[in-house]
Ligand binder design. Structure first.
Ligand SMILES: Nc1ncnc2c1ncn2[C@@H]1O[C@H](COP(=O)(O)OP(=O)(O)OP(=O)(O)O)[C@@H](O)[C@H]1O
Length: 611
């Protein structure tokens, strides 16, 4: 805690929000991770290998052969020892060189096209894998992470691998092969001159190793800063209404400016360090060239090499430093790719806390008897949200759950859907422990209508169809009509085909509720959970919703986290919760007579309404 906070002073706007930074990655390269990453290329092995090998071999061979042709052209055609220059030979070498350039160009074009195509496919697979897995993860996973950080992994982190998979890997491989090829040719042609010009290489490695470490930490810092920006952006956009309503734009912007500028500073620092590779290599290459000409001249005088060899070596040495320079530049890209893949695999390896048993059975079509047996549950260790809940509900009954905020109503519902598992006790449907059944067979028979009705971007029709994907258009209209949503839908510009934006912001609260009822009715679950909206709506809509609710509840076991008196009164039984325990249960009249917690809640509601 800062000194300022200890003194009870408000925090400055630039330290208002707190985001958890990603953990620093200790090892720059984790080979197990690299292998795993490349296993995504496996399915394309057969397609990829022949093309890449052929184009890579052709590309590298031609690149290596061209300086050799220069040497031969000089030594055999332009300045042959003891003979006249030969134009015929010169044309021959020039023609050969042109042919090699054309082959090189064709091989490179083809290789780039192919690797781009397969790289995109690999990225597609990886993203699909990640998304598929995230969909399986339990609520506990999402409780711990802001939506922004999950989003960033599916977008930014996967994108960071794009360059690596499209051209990076192949270029890296080609550069390495080219380097080895040049070293071999130089040593074979003239080992003395070859060794002399490579004398600077170890020195360069010593300098760049120290630099690499610093570069790694600098890029790590950039990533953390960017992560913070993403988390803040996501939160800001989602909370824009609140920000504007409380006119907090300035403070919010000041915070953003702060993290934005620290990000730029970090990026500039890392990039400047990365750029240092260039001068280091240029200096070493210049020293190498100096040695080449100085020592080369000596060797020519001693008649150990020809002028052609000197010119050819000068050419090779250019090709030698190019890949080293590129490898240096690629180091940052590799680091980012490594960090991103680590973050992606961390999600892919996350096991759902609510797992399906290997021998999970299919829950048969249920009658609807529900039994909570001595349930204890905690979201965070040591802070129980439910403390020994036991409740028996017969099929077809409507149970209203009431209680102060935070008393555990929604938690009971979360356990019934098996979004979480209890720490002690069991939830049974028709006598079967829900941990023993497949999640799909359970959730397809337990419907949920949440207070914050989620409307997806799409048409009204598609939003209702979300309840049962194979429902016909007729069934959709029938469900909407049953819950009295048909009239309002028809009054929209395109009726059922009206497009609603993400989260349904263009619809009123009541309309969104009716849509969610239609969605639930279409799904036709045997057990229904309904978190009633607290927002006050006009009396006419309230009546409509009550009517719709009656139709929706008919013939099902229903649990309603109830806020409206009308809903509570109509329930078969009211269960009153307090601090994670059931403190009372019975009918409205019975509970009023008891003069306990329920009576207090109702009186408070009346006082509020009449105030
Ligand atoms: N995801 C979560 N992580 C940690 N604690 C949680 C989480 N969800 C709820 N809690 C805690 O569990 C307790 C019960 O919460 P719950 O949402 O079940 O209450 P509720 O009765 O439904 O409240 P409300 O009427 O306000 O919706 C509360 O103390 C709450 O702070």
């Amino acid at each position: 805690m800062s000194e300022q906070q200890q003194k009870g002073q408000p925090r400055a706007s630039h330290e208002r929000f707190i985001y958890k930074d990603d953990d620093a990655i200790e090892k720059p390269f984790n080979w197990a991770q690299v292998t795993r990453l490349f296993s995504y290329m496996k399915p394309y092995r057969k397609q990829l290998l022949p093309v890449i090998i052929i184009t890579m071999v052709l590309g590298t061979l031609t690149r290596l052969a061209i300086p050799a042709l220069i040497i031969m052209a000089i030594d055999h055609a332009i300045q042959p020892k003891g003979a006249d220059p030969s134009y015929t030979k010169l044309y021959l070498y020039a023609g050969l060189m042109l042919t090699l350039y054309i082959i090189q160009w064709a091989a490179n074009t083809y290789r780039i096209k192919y690797t781009n195509m397969i790289g995109q496919q690999v990225i597609y697979d990886l993203r699909a894998d990640l998304f598929k897995h995230i969909q399986k993860l339990s609520f506990r996973f999402f409780d711990k992470r802001p939506a922004g950080s999950v989003l960033v992994r599916v977008t930014n982190d996967v994108n960071a691998l794009q360059d690596l998979f499209t051209n990076g890997v192949v270029n890296l491989l080609m550069d390495c092969i080219q380097l080895v090829g040049i070293v071999i040719i130089l040593l074979l042609w003239n080992w003395k001159l070859g060794l002399a010009i490579m004398i600077t290489v170890p020195l360069m490695f010593v300098v760049s190793t120290a630099l690499r470490r610093r570069i790694r930490f600098a890029w790590q810092d950039v990533r953390m800063k960017q992560s913070r920006i993403n988390a803040h952006l996501n939160e800001s956009i989602q909370g824009m209404r609140v920000t504007q309503a409380y006119t907090q734009e300035k403070a919010n912007f000041s915070f953003f400016t702060n993290i934005n500028s620290t990000n730029i500073k970090a990026w500039n620092k890392a990039s400047a360090m990365n750029q240092m590779f260039g001068p280091i290599i240029e200096v070493t290459s210049a020293v190498g060239t100096l040695i080449l000409f100085w020592y080369g001249a000596h060797l020519i005088q001693a008649d150990e090499i020809t002028v052609g060899v000197l010119v050819g070596f000068a050419n090779y040495i250019g090709n030698f430093w190019d890949p080293i320079n590129r490898l240096g530049q690629m180091y940052a890209q590799l680091l980012i790719a490594m960090a991103s893949s680590e973050r992606i695999f961390e999600f892919i390896d996350e096991k759902p806390t609510v797992g399906e048993q290997v021998d999970a059975i299919e829950l048969p079509r249920i009658r609807g008897d529900v039994n909570f047996d001595s349930i204890v549950f905690e979201y965070e260790k040591g802070r129980p949200a439910l403390r020994g809940i036991s409740l028996d509900v017969q099929a077809g009954q409507t149970i209203a759950l009431v209680g102060h905020t935070g008393s555990g109503k929604s938690t009971i519902m979360n356990l019934l859907c098996r979004f979480y598992d209890p720490v002690h006790g069991a939830v049974r449907i028709d006598g079967i422990d829900i941990r023993n059944v497949s999640i799909e067979s359970l959730r397809s028979q337990v419907g949920v209508v949440l207070q914050d009705t989620f409307i997806f971007s799409g048409t009204i029709r598609e939003n209702i169809r979300f309840g049962r994907l194979n429902a016909t258009d007729d069934e959709i209209v029938k469900a909407a009509t049953a819950v009295d949503a048909h009239d309002f839908i028809m009054s929209l510009p395109d009726g059922y085909d009206t497009e609603v934006q993400e989260r349904g912001n263009s619809l009123s609260m009541g309309q969104r509720q009716l849509l969610s009822f239609a969605r639930a009715l279409l799904a036709d679950p045997r057990v229904l959970i309904l978190d009633e909206a607290t927002a006050s709506i006009d009396t006419e809509t309230e009546l409509k919703i009550q009517e719709a609710l009656k139709k929706l509840l008919k013939g099902r076991t229903s649990f309603i986290v109830a806020h409206r008196l009308s809903t509570i009164r109509n329930a078969d039984r009211i269960v009153v919760l307090d601090h994670g325990q059931i403190v009372e249960q019975g009918s409205h009249d019975e509970l009023i007579r008891e003069q306990g917690t329920y009576n207090g809640l109702i009186e408070a509601q009346y006082r509020f309404l009449s105030a």
